[in-house]
Design a protein around this ligand. Structure first.
Ligand SMILES: *Cc1c(COP(=O)(O)O)cnc(C)c1O
Length: 376
């Protein structure tokens, strides 16, 4: 089966008891044992649930991994993954990562003895120089959030393998439709399914996909031990969203490319960040490792940002991304407010930066809205 077919059929089969085409929402906490010491495959929904299972297998197949796990949120997935490490371990992470990931690492996990180095992951020597005797993991986010920097996944995996380090890729932005990190040798993929995978702004969820049996066992153990799993209803919604993922993200990417070239020519815009643009420093790597450039566009406004943020009518000022609705957000006061200003500016996230999640509305309506708001 090819990607679009897996997205629809995944591991979903008509329900064995009723023939229901679509996997039912198994809204149950517990399951009757068949006999003493014998289950029908499920005993308690924290450990495993049939609706969740179908979603997990579908995401695993889309990513080309061994197994998938569905979590309550993207952050629940990340928090679970970080428990693969222990006090004293060191992680090298991309620097302009999702603000919540930075907060989890810097403001929570450092209290438990983990150490972090935040680094632009685009230079082999700099990455190798950052490796310490206690380094255990490299955390990749490409394209990054909000600057859409591109990391050469193959290069990072090569370094990691030489030094026996785990690699973890946050694949929320590209989705497996455009990038499958496991094909390049990444050990674990993490998702906020809240975004493109669900795609309708009506659920929060997360996922992990593992590349080896050993990691599968460890993540299954942690999910059950920590209780970070997703609810059956949320899994059902994400499963429903995934059926149209390939169609949706292709349209998101087409419209984002049109928005990026419109912005690049606009006199009130000083810089546009979109990996599909030839001017983007990561363009060549992105073109080689990805099947599309995604639906996110960031740009810097010459002068007043607030008049633009207040001026948009179709775009809605809101956190999050990846849904049918076009959204605009201001990283400095919203998604990346948890990063201290000096760190933010060091990585290149300035107060005049705006991030767009280009939605599925008519492209002319999208551009007209940007045009009228930029004129204000
Ligand atoms: C949103 C997001 C997360 C966190 O996911 P939640 O579902 O909001 O917990 C992590 N990484 C990236 C890249 C995100 O965009």
């Amino acid at each position: 089966m090819r990607f679009e077919t897996i997205a629809i059929h995944g591991s979903e089969k008509p329900d064995p008891t009723t023939g229901a085409l679509i996997t039912p929402i198994y809204q149950t906490s517990t399951f009757a044992f068949e006999d003493v010491g014998k289950t029908r495959g499920y005993d308690y929904s924290r450990t495993s649930n049939p609706t969740r299972k179908v979603l997990e297998e579908t995401i695993a197949r889309l990513e080309g991994g061994k197994a998938g796990f569905a979590f309550a949120t993207g952050m629940a997935a990340e928090a679970t993954a970080i428990y693969l490490l222990k006090a004293g371990d060191h992680v090298i992470s991309g620097d302009d990562i999702y603000g919540g990931t930075y907060r989890l690492f810097q403001d929570v996990m450092t209290n438990f003895g983990l150490e972090f180095t935040f680094l632009r992951l685009n230079n082999r020597r700099e990455i190798e120089d950052a490796i310490r005797p206690n380094t255990r993991m490299i955390w990749i986010e490409t394209p990054s959030n909000p600057l859409l920097n591109i990391t050469d996944v193959e290069m990072v995996v090569d370094i990691a393998r030489k030094h026996n380090l785990l690699t973890m890729a946050d694949n929320t932005f590209p989705t497996p439709c455009f990038l499958r990190p496991i094909e390049y040798g990444v050990d674990l993929v993490v998702h906020s399914t809240t975004k493109y995978l669900n795609g309708h702004c009506d659920v929060v969820g997360g996922a992990i996909v593992t590349a080896t049996d050993d990691l599968t066992q460890k993540v299954q153990f942690l999910l059950n031990a920590l209780g970070t799993c997703a609810s059956p209803f949320d899994c059902w919604l994400v499963l429903r969203g995934i059926k149209t993922l390939p169609l949706r993200v292709k349209q998101h990417a087409m419209s984002a490319a049109a928005v990026a070239s419109f912005l690049e020519k606009h006199p009130r815009v000083s810089r546009v960040f979109y990996p599909g643009l030839k001017s983007h420093p990561g363009h060549e790597i992105a073109a080689r490792q990805m099947d599309g450039f995604g639906g996110m566009v960031s740009f810097e406004i010459n002068g007043e940002v607030n008049s633009f943020l207040r001026g948009v009518e179709l775009f809605i000022l809101a956190e999050s991304l990846g849904g049918a609705n076009s959204l605009v957000e201001h990283p400095a006061t919203m998604s990346h407010a948890s990063m201290p200003k000096e760190f933010r500016e060091k990585v290149g996230i300035f107060d005049n930066l705006v991030r767009l999640s280009v939605g599925l509305e008519n492209i002319e309506d999208i551009i007209e809205d940007l045009e009228q708001a930029l004129a204000k």
